[in-house]
Ligand binder design. Structure first.
Ligand code: SF4
Length: 70
């Protein structure tokens, strides 16, 4: 929908830091090696990366990533 913003939320309690998200969508995710947790490189997903964001959600075995449309 035009004007819709997709925001990435990562549940740090679930995240195990194995970086599948960062491999699948390196433009959107990275892993903090010290904390062993993933973080989003951008809070709001650019439209051209919405498929990559959805792909990362699917690839996370811990179900730690969610996307929120606002
Ligand atoms: S794939 Fe999921 S559990 Fe693994 S680092 Fe990414 S967000 Fe964390």
């Amino acid at each position: 929908m035009a004007g819709t913003v997709i925001r990435i939320v990562i549940d740090a309690d679930r995240c195990q830091g194995h970086a599948r998200c960062a491999v699948r969508a390196p433009e959107l995710f990275d892993v903090d090696d010290d904390q062993g947790k993933s973080f989003a490189l951008t809070e709001n997903v650019p439209p051209e990366l919405s498929d990559a964001a959805a792909d990362a959600v699917e690839t996370c075995p811990e179900r730690a990533i969610s996307l929120h449309e606002e």
